[in-house]
Design a protein around this ligand. Structure first.
Ligand code: ADP
Ligand code: MG
Length: 469
């Protein structure tokens, strides 16, 4: 017997069955897609696994969760003032920003985007960092600030090991970057050296962070209860405020810190096999079609870079099995990477509206003219895939809330998947509440944490530095 609250959870997380007149076809499709449905019991099992991996990570035991100490021991307190530079590397664009903070709030922002050529993104790291330094000089000089001492926060959104607030040893490149000689090196030192070699500005690199941490910090300026940062964009990751006494790995001398931000690096959750019990045939194929096979297991279940391909794999399978687009298997749909996550948002908008306008538009890109049943099936697949992603994120967030044991937690979220998918936020609110009914939480959208967050962390670093002098 299921306890009533578990029954409510179980029912809430079930997507309604496919509504088709043809019972045999409907049953065949349901049978194929059943592997994507998660029961309440499975959700609880994922929670147990996530909790256990977090604990192992924080105690320096082998785990798929890195639980990295960011050495950011405090949040903005509203006293941050002055001009700060921010560098944002690892998102869609490389950006240099100048931000003016007054009372902890960004009052002015100048931004310049720079293109990084493919030959700089792959190959030796030296020319890449020379180029980053060149962009910094170019920007600072164009602002007429070459003689002003400028603290800089460096958003470096790649997995790194930190020995302090201003070291970031690259663990591995991801996304479109691959300069092998930088792996195991300190990206901050490389940047500092390149800036020093030029010697044409007075830029002072004070801190390194990633977009997830930046999102938490930016969220904290919007809502002081912010204690979790969450990214749902190309990739996915989360960070949270941990009690400093629980954190064993702490290299520099402690100075009575009470809290610190821990970067979970949950994109890799399950890379050691602990999540294999939810892996479907479609996930295996999605993984095989990806650039970094057998890694970023959790990210491949949920994030923008992979969700579209996941849906494409399913649609292609249904089509090959004669259950979808029965007139012919559309060649265009067999192309790996052709189905963007943006399309899922459009199709889900149709499901919300009870329409099929966008679905038809998307399918037209593949030269498919669907019949009524095709439309229903495509919408159903997008719903199942999106729903599972939102549920998985909610499961981890709920577990984190239980772990943190705070009165009230605001979760700062950024990323295009969260911003543009029409149902993600609603599902997350609903599922987190059902998974951990006693916890008070709020989801807020923190805009541009990778830019503003970097300025804020530089301001915090400066404050700590002055205090210790
Ligand atoms: P980044 O992660 O590079 O910092 P974003 O947060 O903007 O940038 O995320 C971009 C990713 O979000 C794209 O790669 C794509 O997978 C996904 N995405 C973009 N637009 C949408 C959309 N309308 N709906 C869902 N996902 C989207
Ligand atoms: Mg981003």
């Amino acid at each position: 017997m299921m306890v009533p609250s578990e029954r409510a959870l179980h029912e809430a997380i079930q997507v309604s069955p496919l509504d088709l007149p043809d019972d045999v076809k409907r049953q065949k499709i349901e049978n194929l897609l059943a592997q994507m449905r998660l029961s309440a019991a499975t959700a609880r099992k994922i929670q147990d696994v996530f909790r256990s991996e977090m604990n192992k990570g924080i105690h320096q035991q082998p785990s798929s969760l890195q639980m990295e100490n960011t050495y950011i021991p405090e949040l903005p307190d509203g006293t941050e003032e002055g001009l700060f530079l921010a560098l944002d590397l690892g998102g869609t664009n490389f950006r240099v920003l100048l931000l003016e903070l007054v009372n902890g709030v960004v009052v002015r922002e100048d931004v310049k985007k720079y293109h990084i050529d493919a030959h700089l993104r792959t190959g030796s790291g030296m020319p890449l960092f020379e180029y980053l330094a060149e962009c910094v000089s170019n920007f600072v000089i164009s602002e007429g600030l070459q003689d002003v001492e400028l603290p800089l926060g460096f958003t470096f959104s790649f997995p790194m090991i930190q020995h302090s607030l201003e070291t970031g040893i690259l663990v591995t490149w991801t996304k479109s970057f691959n300069c092998p000689d930088v792996v195991n090196k300190d990206a901050v030192q490389l940047l500092k050296d390149a800036i020093a070699r030029r010697g044409d500005t007075r830029v002072n690199v004070l801190a390194v962070l990633n977009d997830t941490t930046g999102t938490l910090l930016q969220g904290a300026t919007q809502d002081p209860n912010t204690a979790i940062g969450l990214i749902l964009g190309t990739g996915s990751n989360a960070c949270y405020l941990e009690r400093a006494d629980k954190v064993e790995h702490w290299e520099p001398e402690r100075h009575g810190e009470r809290e610190v931000i821990i970067d979970i690096e949950w994109g890799a959750f399950g890379d050691n096999g602990v999540l294999d019990f939810i892996k479907t045939d479609f996930d295996r194929e999605n993984d095989a079609n990806s650039l970094l096979v057998n890694s970023f297991t959790f990210e491949k279940y949920i994030s923008g870079k992979y969700l579209g391909e996941f849906v494409r794999v399913i649609l292609a399978k249904l089509s090959k099995d004669g259950l979808l687009f029965t007139r012919q298997v559309p060649e265009s749909l067999l192309l790996v990477g052709s189905f963007l996550t943006d399309y899922i948002s459009l199709i889900e908008q149709d499901t919300v509206n009870g329409s099929s306008v966008h679905t038809k538009e998307v399918l037209a890109k593949f030269n498919i003219i669907p019949d009524e049943e095709d439309l229903k099936i495509v919408q159903y697949v997008c719903e199942l895939a999106s729903n599972r992603a939102a549920l998985l994120v909610s499961i981890c967030v709920a577990t984190l809330l239980d772990h943190m044991e705070r009165e009230e937690v605001t979760i700062a979220v950024d990323g295009s998947l969260y911003k543009h998918h029409p149902r993600f936020e609603n599902w997350m609110n609903q599922y987190i509440t059902l998974l951990t009914p006693a916890r008070k939480f709020k989801l807020i959208h923190a805009q541009d944490g990778s830019g503003k967050g970097a300025a804020i962390v530089a301001a915090i670093a400066l404050r700590i530095k002055k205090r210790l002098e």
